[in-house]
Design a protein around this ligand. Sequence first.
Ligand code: ACM
Length: 261
Amino acid sequence: MKVSFVQMQIEILDIKKNVENAIKLMRKSNADLIVLPELFNTGYNFKSNKEVLEVSEEIPDGYTTSKLKEFSKEKNVTIVFGLAEKTEKGLYNSLAIVSKGNYIGKYRKIHLFYGEKDFFAPGDLGFKLFEVDGVKLGVMICFDWFFPESTRTLSLMGADIICHPANLVMPYCPEAMKTICLQNRVFVITSNRVGDERGLRFIGQSQITGPDGKIIYRASEENEEIFEIDIDTLKARDKNLNLKNNIFRDRKPEFYEILKR
Ligand code: ACM
C-alpha cells in the first residue's frame, strides 16, 4: 500500500483556505492512503468556545468531510483527517475517514491535551479499526500517543497501520514512536503541522515509523511537505520477534490487572 502524510501550514479559523491548501498538496500524491494533521481545517489554538463553535462541523454532513469525500473519489484515495466536530451533546476533537467517495467513519480524541479541555468533551466512541483495501487502520489523535494503552489497544485489536493526525508542540513523539512501533510491531503515520499560531509553535517532523522500530521517513521541522512510500503492511501481522518469542502470545494479562483502574 502506498501511504502518505501531508505536513502543512494551517491558518486559524480559515476553513476554506486550509481545505484548499490540503487539496492542492494532496493533488501531488499518488498514494492509496493520506493522513492529514489534527484540526487541519480550523487551526488549534482557540481563544473561546464561540470560536470553536463557529468552525466546528457535523460529520459526515459538514463542509470539510463532504469536500474531502468528493476529492477522495476523484483521486481514488483514502484520507484520514482531523476536524472539530459539532454534535447535540457537545464539541469533539475528532477525525474522519473517507475512501474513494465513501464516508468510512470517525473517531473522537480520548486524551485531551491542556487547553483542549476548555473546549472539547473527551471522546466517547472508544478505539476502533477501519478496514480499507484489506488493510486494518487504527486511528488516534495527537496526545493519545502519550498513553501506551492507546497504541497497545489498537495493536491488539489488529491494526496494521495506526494513522495519527497531530498538532505536536512537545518534542517527544518522533523519537518515542520508534519504541512504540517496535513494542507493537505496527506502522504509525504521524501527520503534524508546521508554523506558529498565536504564540504556539508546532514541531513538524511528521513521521512514518515501521514495525521494526525504524524511522522510514521523518519530515523537516518547518516546511510543508508531502511524502509517500510503498509499505508492506503484512509486516505488521508478524508479531514474532524470534523463533521463541511472539510479542502478543507472550503477554501475561493476568499480571496486568492494575491497567483496568
Ligand atoms: C496535542 O495533543 N495536540 C498536543
